[in-house]
Design a protein around this ligand. Structure first.
Ligand code: AVJ
Length: 310
């Protein structure tokens, strides 16, 4: 079966559930990636700016903890400013290993990083990082592996799958390894809800764009005008739920399949989990990590955490 056929199957499976859903990975076509970049610049979207300022304020302590001659293994393709802050400051890195399923995007950003940091060995790995993968062997023997997972992307994973992912990270960190991770924190629900309901409507456009992506690349025929963005924070579950709500009864085609959608029915497109420091530490402990350092901003909106393998 082709990659495309597999994805169509996966999308259809989600849309055939009693609670319809499509994985948030389908947000990120080219336009979706641009819209996400625009989200990170929004005044309401505190996550990115806060994480970057936490990194900048504490970079010398981060450098100290990581030590010299580490291998930095980023889960994700790593084109972000946060990665560059690390690459600029970490001492004598043995290698930088970005890991991503999308080969095109990964290799393009690895090439770019390689030219910006000619002294660092860049070894991209094309893999689905939710499963264990083989690490490349750098020319310089790493003294420890540092897994890097910025952006609170961990928030996209439900509690079970987040734990599984942390176990994969623990496996790749190996003995003596560590995890450096950005984790968004529970806080005033209004602050969280605003971050996903910006006044410029960029998050709404980002959400609806998923349907445009499914139409163009996977042969769907969603009528974009008939779906509206909905984002609410559920404080009991500690997560934002993003959905697309249908304005009418309709039938949507996807390849050969037909999907009935009722007026008011929603398609779940994303969870964004927010953690307490205690909650995150407890989950990490189950995966074989101990939190040794937490950096936050003065308002305690966001955290960057350093965890060592136990
Ligand atoms: C990239 C998953 C961290 O959950 O805040 C932003 C994605 N969705 N606005 C997040 C997102 C809507 C983002 N993550």
């Amino acid at each position: 079966m082709s990659q495309r056929a597999k994805k169509i199957d996966e999308i259809l499976d989600g849309l055939s559930q009693p609670e319809k859903r499509v994985s948030p990975k389908y947000f990120y076509d080219e336009r979706g990636s641009q819209l996400f970049d625009a989200i990170t610049q929004l005044p309401e979207y505190y996550l990115t700016g806060t994480e970057i300022s936490i990194m900048r304020s504490n970079i010398s302590e981060i450098v100290e903890l990581v030590g010299t001659q580490a291998s930095l293994i980023e889960f994700g393709s790593g084109s972000s400013l946060k990665t560059r802050i690390l690459l600029e400051h970490l001492n004598e890195l043995a290698a930088y290993v970005p890991v991503d399923i999308s080969e095109e995007h990964l290799l393009a950003s690895a090439r770019k990083i390689g030219s910006e940091f000619p002294e660092i060995e860049v070894l991209p790995v094309v893999a689905d990082f939710t499963q264990e993968f083989e690490l490349p062997k750098p020319a310089v023997m790493p003294l420890r592996n540092i897994v890097y997972f910025p952006g609170s992307t961990i928030g996209n994973f439900t509690n079970d799958t987040a734990l599984e992912l942390l176990k994969v990270m623990r496996h790749e960190a190996k003995e003596n390894g560590a995890l450096l991770i950005g984790v968004d924190l529970q806080k005033d629900p209004a602050v969280i809800e605003n971050a996903y309901n910006d006044s410029a409507g960029v998050t709404a456009a980002f959400n609806v764009n998923m349907l445009r992506h499914l139409n163009r690349d996977y042969g769907a025929d969603f009528d974009l005008e008939t779906f509206s963005h909905d984002a609410r924070y559920d404080p009991d579950e500690g997560r934002v739920v993003l959905r697309l709500v249908s304005a009418k009864d309709q039938v949507v085609r996807l390849g050969d399949a037909e999907i009935d959608i009722a007026e008011g029915e929603a398609i779940l497109t994303e969870y964004s989990h927010k953690y307490t420091l205690e909650g995150f530490a407890a989950m990490a402990e189950q995966a074989g990590f101990r939190v040794t350092k937490v950096w936050t901003d003065p308002e305690r909106l966001f955290s960057v955490q350093y965890l060592v393998a136990t």
